[in-house]
Design a protein around this ligand. Structure first.
Ligand code: BGC
Length: 427
């Protein structure tokens, strides 16, 4: 039987090991979140803009479903958890967990499992009938050795290009065009460059990793790309060299102020008509929608050239931390996250699609309908930049290599860095 947080607290107390918790836990002695026992601190990186609007929609359902609990926002800003994950790691190390935290399905979740930082939830799944509520393939990415460890809130697609049709038209391009290959697309980007607009907007390091993953997917194909994570594709081989050349060409066509921007700024360049294209996960859909933009008129969305028919997947999920401050509150949050009502409200606002198979999506936007279809019919691969494909430490090493390339532009050294990262982290 699994050790519940309450049981673990009891064990630690008996062993006289609770001093650290008490020292870190705020005035109520309730542990990491501090405050009232009704408080449920939810740790995410949905701190601002359209992501916060998505979180707010979920919180509204939580508050309606759980009037006795008090949502406490523990969000730490920074796209893709670029800052949040470090803050979380140090809180977990000092035994100061929030009531629940956001974690990506897949390899990232495995990290928390292996470090013994999150509780198994299989009993909860059994009791609440959740095993039938989510797609099997997704549940597999939430477990280790048959035990499930988190509750998925959504499914995002990473391999999407967002485009401004007016900018394309001004550059002499067909705004309706999609591109079969990266080469075709690069030719279009060069036309935008000649017309004096930013061809491809990008932001800080993690968004460059995101771009790189979609280029690897386009050039290696789904099988070759997936092989990067299980060792069957050689990071130092010629196919990866070609993909990195394409990546270098694309990076040459991006905005020079990229290091000072995060994803909302890069997407905003497209919304405002300063850039033609942006490669971003479909949380960007929420940014367009929250500014009342219409797909097909104000913006276009299509799979990254060369990746049509593939869904580059990631999912956010919520955990029950070991020795969390308020297990009942955590359970209440997980109930809302799992519920059809919670998933409908949250995903509609977030740009993602529900993980809950019973959630209704008829009134979701046009873009989201395309994602639903792609998720059902296309080949699914795991996102690197968003925790599905590789561990946190592997992603950290990839990010360092990509950041170095951003300043020195040395393709050979990028490939060496990526190969070394794979060698070090591949299990
Ligand atoms: C998360 C999304 C989030 C995006 C940008 C991804 O890692 O899964 O929920 O919107 O990062 O912050």
């Amino acid at each position: 039987m699994r050790a519940t947080p309450k049981k673990l607290v009891a064990v630690l107390a008996t062993a006289g090991l609770l001093t650290l918790t008490a020292a870190c836990g705020g005035d109520s002695g309730s542990g990491g979140g501090g405050g009232d026992s009704a408080d449920v601190e939810v740790f995410t990186w949905w701190a601002e803009g359209s992501e916060k609007e998505g979180l707010d929609a979920l919180v509204k359902v939580f508050e309606e479903q759980n009037p006795d609990f008090n949502f406490v926002n523990g969000a730490v800003a920074g796209g893709a958890g670029s800052d949040a994950k470090n803050v979380l790691a140090s809180r977990l190390q000092t035994n100061d967990p929030p009531a629940t935290f956001q974690a990506h399905a897949g390899a990232e979740l495995t990290d928390y499992i292996e470090q013994g930082q999150i509780e198994g939830l299989s009993d909860m799944y059994e009791e609440k009938g959740w095993n039938e509520l989510f797609p099997e393939g997704l549940l597999e990415r939430l477990q280790q050795d048959g035990e499930i460890y988190s509750v998925p809130s959504n499914i995002h697609r990473a391999n999407v290009v967002w485009a401004n049709p007016a900018v394309l038209k001004d550059a002499g391009l067909d705004p309706e065009a999609t591109y079969d290959t990266l080469d075709d697309w690069i030719a279009a980007l060069k036309k935008v460059d000649a017309a004096g607009k930013i061809p491809l907007s990008v932001a800080t390091d993690w968004t460059q990793v995101h771009l790189l993953e979609t280029v690897l997917l386009a050039d290696l194909g789904p099988e070759g790309y997936s092989g990067l994570w299980d060792g069957s594709t050689d990071w130092s081989g010629p196919e990866v060299s070609d993909a990195l050349d394409d990546y270098a060409t694309l990076m040459d066509l991006t905005n020079t102020d990229r290091q000072s921007l995060d994803w909302p700024d890069a997407t905003q360049l497209v919304i405002d008509g300063d850039a033609a294209f942006n490669v971003m996960g479909d949380w960007a859909e929420a940014a367009f929608a929250s500014q009342d933009k219409t797909l097909g008129t104000d913006y276009m969305a299509f799979p990254v050239p060369g990746t049509d028919g593939v869904f580059d997947f990631l999912a956010d999920s919520f955990t029950m931390p070991v020795n969390g401050p308020n297990p009942d509150g955590t359970e209440a949050w997980l109930d809302t996250v799992a519920s059809a009502e919670g998933q409908e409200a949250f995903n509609k606002a977030k740009g993602s699609i529900p993980a809950n198979l019973e959630a209704k999506t008829d009134d979701f936007g046009d873009y989201q309908q395309t994602a639903i279809e792609s998720w059902q019919n296309d080949e699914i691969v795991s996102s690197l930049a968003h925790g599905a494909a590789a561990s946190v430490s592997w992603l950290t090493d990839v990010t360092a290599a990509v950041a170095k390339f951003g300043s020195d532009g040395d393709v050979a050294s990028l490939q060496e860095g990526l190969s070394a990262a794979a060698e070090k982290n591949q299990s």
